[in-house]
Design a protein around this ligand. Structure first.
Ligand code: HEM
Length: 425
């Protein structure tokens, strides 16, 4: 019991450390983006550093940097993976993954690895995990809260994505609590990038230990799975069977990829959940529409990732001399695509500052765009849909708790609400 309490606390602390690290300056982020979009749509300078947010781009020598605020410019860069590359990510986060992080791959290497992994993440495969995810939401988390009639939804939101991924991957279900340890390690890895050079050395050591611990735990499961045969339906089994152009993944590659998934899958879903629930609970009529017609949830999730994307920007590096909006970007220069601004560009979205699930949907950048677009988006959507459906089924008349502070979506990067206090009948 004491161990569970301390692992829970560790997880909460790691989550809030990462939130503090990436929250940046205390500004009205969307208002600032609007101002930049109108007055300085191609900004010459390091906009992200100006906000005090650590990035991979900033940990080595300063490089010429521009920030893009308009949809058309962001789209042009995200679509053009040949000229705007990701390899530099290996200098930061990627260093913790032996260079085997898909997000840091370019060109043919990325194409081959993505083709190997993609089938395991397509709806045909992801849909088969739906009953298991529904069971996790209901039985491992929400059923036991029903008699309390009040809760902070983020106590659930912090845990369910990693618990669900833990189940989807096929980790042993006789020790389901172990996912908390995995989640703590995953967050410690994200804390490995710091603004303050003084803190960097210590953060790197901690991240290094977390990376190794997670790898060892996962590798053990992968090796056991391979030895036992590879005909299961879970993600590890699917990756063991995956084949593209005659190439299969070895145990080291499966373990490394699975490890890199945990930070990608965990807190992104947690924060998106906090924003979806905040936006719904602030709009009781919409919440009622959703309660009556659950098919609306797909639109609610799409509109949330447009309106409040977790990752407010994506960075790319120019592979050769380029020019955007009349501004020259030399080879090696960094391009900051401010997707939270592009998602609210009034030239593309009518009334962009309104949360409107009935709008005609157009591609936004909440799950990225182009070759690196989120491979786990169908998993995330199934988890979010399952979590919200279960909440609506089990908590009658769920609404904001009038006795506690209303949730606030905040942060200049990794946006979301820290707490979402609710009551029900
Ligand atoms: C609501 C939750 C999620 C959000 C908002 C999100 C967002 C994103 C975004 C914006 C990117 C593109 C990054 C870039 O272009 O630089 C991305 C990539 C990625 N995501 Fe997600 N993600 C979510 C959930 C997940 C889940 C559940 C998984 C795994 C099961 C996952 C795995 C990945 C991976 C592996 C990549 C890299 C793909 C590549 O480089 O080809 N994500 N995600």
């Amino acid at each position: 019991m004491t161990e569970t309490v301390s692992v829970n606390k560790q997880l909460e602390n790691s989550f809030s450390d990462v939130s503090d690290l990436f929250k940046g300056a205390d500004v009205d982020f969307h208002a600032l983006c609007r101002d930049m979009r109108h007055n300085s749509p191609v900004y010459e300078g390091d906009f992200i550093a100006r906000l005090g947010i650590p990035t991979n781009a900033g940990i080595h020598e300063p490089r010429p940097t521009v920030a893009l605020f308009k949809y058309k410019d962001v789209m042009a860069v995200m679509k053009d993976a040949a000229n705007f590359t990701n390899g530099f990510i290996a200098e930061g986060l990627g260093a913790f993954f032996d260079g085997l992080i898909i997000l840091a791959m370019d060109g043919d290497q990325h194409r081959r690895v993505r083709a190997l992994l993609q089938p395991a993440f397509m709806p045909a495969s992801v849909n088969s995990w739906r009953p298991m995810i529904d069971r996790v939401m209901r039985e491992d988390f929400l059923l036991r809260l029903v008699p309390d009639k009040r809760a902070d939804l983020m106590e659930f939101g912090l845990h369910f994505p990693i618990r669900a991924i833990y189940a989807v991957m096929g980790f042993p279900q006789d020790d389901p609590e172990k996912y908390k340890q995995y989640a703590g390690w995953a967050l410690t890895m994200l804390g490995g990038i710091q603004n303050d050079p003084g803190k960097m050395a210590e953060a790197k050591i901690k991240a290094g230990i977390a990376v190794k611990s997670l790898y060892d735990a996962i590798k053990e499961v992968v090796v056991a799975r391979r030895a036992a045969g590879t005909d299961g339906d879970d993600l590890i089994h699917r990756l063991l069977r995956a084949e593209y152009e005659g190439k299969k993944l070895d145990d080291h590659e499966v373990a490394t990829f699975v490890r890199s998934l945990l930070p990608a899958a965990g807190e992104t879903t947690t924060r998106t959940f906090s924003s979806v629930m905040t936006l719904l609970l602030e709009r009781p009529e919409l919440l009622e529409r959703v309660r009556q017609d659950r098919s609306l949830l797909a639109k609610v999730i799409d509109e949330t990732v447009r309106f409040e994307p977790v990752a407010t920007f994506k960075v790319r590096q120019a592979a050769q001399d380029m020019e955007i909006g009349g501004v020259k970007i030399p080879k090696g220069g960094m391009v900051q695509c401010i997707v939270a601004s592009a998602n609210r560009d009034e030239e593309v979205f009518e009334n962009p500052d309104q949360f409107d699930v009935d709008r005609r949907m157009k591609p936004s950048f909440g799950f990225g765009f182009g070759t690196h677009m989120c491979i786990g988006q169908f998993v995330a959507k199934i988890e979010l849909t399952s979590a919200i459906n279960t909440l609506l089924d089990l908590f009658p008349n769920i609404r904001l708790d009038p006795d506690r502070p209303a949730p606030q979506i905040s942060g200049a990067m990794l946006r979301g609400a820290k707490s979402v206090p609710v009551i029900w009948d």
